[in-house]
Structure formats: C-alpha cells, structure tokens
Design a protein around this ligand. Structure first.
Ligand code: CDP
Ligand code: CDP
Length: 197
C-alpha cells in the first residue's frame, strides 16, 4: 500500500495502547509512533520544554528511564503547555500521513493530530485494572501507582489544549476484561474493516 492510512489509538495510561499499536503495526506492515515517548523525553530532559520540543533528537527518545512513573508524571506536566504541543504537531502529522500506513498512539491522535484517520480507537480500562498493569511492570507501592494513574488521567482530561477524550467517531475498546490477544484481535478487525469496506 502506497497511500496514507492512519490508525489513531488514544486512551488513558496503561490501557493497552502501545501493546495494541505494536501488534497492529506488525500485522499490517505499518510504521508505529509512540507519541507519549516524545512527551516523556521532554519531561525527563528538564530545562525549557518549549526549546527542547523544538529540537527534540532521536537520542532523547533512546533514554532508558522514559517508562518510569516519574517520567509519566513529568510528561503530563509538559504536555499541558500549548507551545510544546505546537512544536511537536508537524512531525506527528507528517508521520501519520506517510505513504504505506502508520499507527500512532497517544492522547490526541484522533482528535487533533489526525482527525481524518481511517481508523480511530479509544482504548480504555478501569483505573484499578490499569494501575495493576502498571504495577506489574514497575513495582513499587500499589496505592501510589493507582494515585499516579488517577492524577495523570485528571491532568490529561482536564487540560485546555488537546484534552484526552474519545473522538466522536472513535470505536471504544474497553480492555478491562480482555486478554491482550482478544484486544489485539478486535483492533485488527477494525483495521480490516476500514481497509476492505
Ligand atoms: O500504552 P499503554 O500505556 O496504554 O499500555 P501498554 O503499555 O500497552 O500496556 C500496559 C500493560 O498492560 C502492559 O504490561 C501490557 O502487557 C498489559 N496489558 C494487559 O495486561 N492486557 C491488555 N489487554 C493490554 C495490555
Ligand atoms: O503509556 P502511558 O499511557 O502511561 O503514557 P504515554 O502514552 O507514554 O504518555 C505520557 C504522557 O504524555 C501522558 O500522560 C500525556 O500527558 C502526554 N501525552 C499527550 O499529551 N499527548 C499524546 N499524544 C501522548 C502523550
């Protein structure tokens, strides 16, 4: 496939966006961009986040401390700054419409980055299930992990610029009671439907 085809995957922390995105990208041969990594890289870098967003480099994305709870919290703080989001917009939009297909996962892909995406999924799960998943990955105090997940949800949904919400035409995928295989199968079915209507 040489034309653009965008799969937009949004949703709250630890809902399964990345897992589904990687599987869909591998299944269809699409490129994948984890847009949360952009904000995490800016969050851990420190200094002026707007200047950093304007000169984000691949080595910033290769740091091995990006997945921590602290990096997630720092990411959601810099992500509330409109100038930061503006500086990252064009790169993400170009990625979304590259020839050959692209999967992007984040918070505002279907609403702001690529409202014309051929497939829009809003992947979610209860806060308790999501905190349990994050705790299995990172360990630590389970109550603190749940509090962090809730605080990040609130910040991401409550900000003025590009708040987290499902696009009007997004398919909602609640993974609370789904295995990874079942969640991936539902996502793959949505992509197939759009590819061969
Ligand atoms: O990208 P996002 O933060 O939304 O979530 P993820 O990193 O894909 O998934 C968070 C964790 O939940 C991972 O360890 C996944 O293996 C796990 N997961 C799960 O247990 N069941 C699912 N249906 C999806 C993800
Ligand atoms: O994997 P997880 O869902 O925990 O987080 P992430 O996708 O890596 O995103 C980290 C933070 O970056 C989010 O909590 C948002 O504040 C921000 N973000 C955003 O504002 N817009 C995006 N498109 C992606 C992430």
């Amino acid at each position: 496939m040489n034309q653009p085809f965008t799969v937009a995957i949004d949703g709250p922390a630890a809902a399964g966006k990345g897992t589904i995105s990687r599987a869909v990208a591998a299944r269809f041969g699409f490129a994948h961009l984890d847009t949360g990594a952009l904000y995490r890289a800016l969050g851990v870098k420190g200094g002026d986040p707007v200047a950093a967003a304007q000169s984000l480099a691949s080595e910033d994305l290769a740091r091995d401390d990006l997945r921590s709870l602290e990096a997630g919290a720092a990411a959601s703080r810099v992500a509330a700054i409109p100038e930061v989001r503006a500086a990252l917009l064009e790169f993400q939009q170009r990625f979304a419409r590259r020839p050959g297909g692209a999967v992007l996962d984040g918070r505002d892909i279907g609403t702001v980055i690529c409202p014309e995406a051929e497939v829009k999924l809003y992947v979610t799960a209860s806060a308790e299930v999501r905190a349990q998943r994050r705790w299995l990955e990172l360990g630590g105090d389970p109550a603190q992990v749940l509090a962090e997940v809730r605080a990040r949800d609130e910040r991401d949904m409550g900000r003025a610029d590009a708040p987290l919400r499902p696009a009007a035409d997004a398919v909602i995928l609640d993974t609370s009671d789904l295995s990874i295989a079942d969640a991936v199968a539902l996502a793959v079915a949505e992509v197939e439907k759009a590819l061969r209507p």
